[in-house]
Design a protein around this ligand. Structure first.
Ligand SMILES: [Cu+2]
Length: 102
């Protein structure tokens, strides 16, 4: 009985901690852009993006691979987004996307 209460409290603590770490990461690695093409089954998205300081990239339009694919859930062409880009062995991934409210 008491055990389940403790588990629930611990569970919500863990959610709080992970939400905090995501937002602190977002401040450094976040870029802005707009989706110009999206292929959810291939996990590819084309983003017209602004400068991405974290990976030293000027503004351009380019294809990113979503990691994981579910990163693209609920997104469509024309959406304005904040996103986190990550470079790994010459490939570029988008690991987090936050749709901007219109
Ligand atoms: Cu680029």
């Amino acid at each position: 009985m008491q055990n389940s209460v403790i588990k629930r409290v611990l569970g919500s603590l863990i959610i709080c901690v992970s939400a905090f770490s995501v937002s602190s990461f977002a401040q450094t690695g976040m870029a802005q852009g707009q989706i110009t093409r999206i292929d959810t089954s291939a996990g590819k998205v084309t983003i017209r993006h602004g400068e991405i300081k974290s990976i030293d990239m000027p503004p351009m339009t380019m294809v990113f691979t979503a990691k994981p694919k579910s990163t693209l859930d609920g997104l469509k062409v024309g959406d304005k987004i904040d996103f986190v880009a990550m470079q790994e062995n010459d490939a570029l991934f988008v690991t987090k996307v936050v749709k901007k409210s219109p």
